[in-house]
Design a protein around this ligand. Sequence first.
Ligand code: SF4
Length: 262
Amino acid sequence: MPKQLTADQKRALAARVNYYRELGIYDFYRREVDVARAPSPAEDDRELGAIITAPAVDLFAPQLPERAAADTSEALRIIRHDLGDCTRCKLHKLGRKQIVFGVGDPKAELMFVGEGPGADEDEQGEPFVGRAGQLLNKMIEAMGLNRRQVYIANVVKCRPPGNRTPERDETETCSPFLLRQIETIRPRAIVALGAVAAKALLQINASMGELRGRTYDFRGSRLFVTYHPAYLLRDPRQKGETWKDLQQVMKFLGLQAPKRSD
Ligand code: SF4
């Protein structure tokens, strides 16, 4: 029996279709995917937690221009060029200084996704450069990596005024560019920083308690969810829980924590 789309799904689908029309893409195909039932915490006793297939209607048409790029660096440049001086959502007229696209290794195995730029990021044009960014750098170093070895991006690429949470129409309009970045980089692991990023990627409405502690099969990558560094600055008691999440990522990627020098 055909599955009925919810109102939220219809809205998200319409936004995605409009976005591709802007690119001059009119032909789509729909691929049915298995949506595994989310397990209860009691069932979630495997080492890496349950693997959940993210609900997705795959609208990635082969005509995307970056598909013809010689390498991932060029592909990312093409996506940035497509973004242009973007006015697709209202964030373009709410005080942004510049678009904050993303930074890092175009072939990174690990990608971090936050919710949107803050004041420092808007000033410098790079994600996670303020206090939260410094904490993210420490988290990355604790995993045995450095910032240049990962890729960092946000769901929305313009600063929401007053650092408010991005609104649904903004995340829906901007997230196709993030998805194109992910499709280009093809990281083995993605860490969604905070509920806004996790919900935008997974297109599910759930609390951090429900989102953390399990992993998701996301477009060929394994997606993990942990707290946003800005939240950890406000509530450092959650740093231990965050470290547990990052250790799951390290285990998945085969990373070793650096030895501490006394
Ligand atoms: Fe464009 Fe994204 Fe900025 Fe909105 S947030 S104006 S969609 S770049």
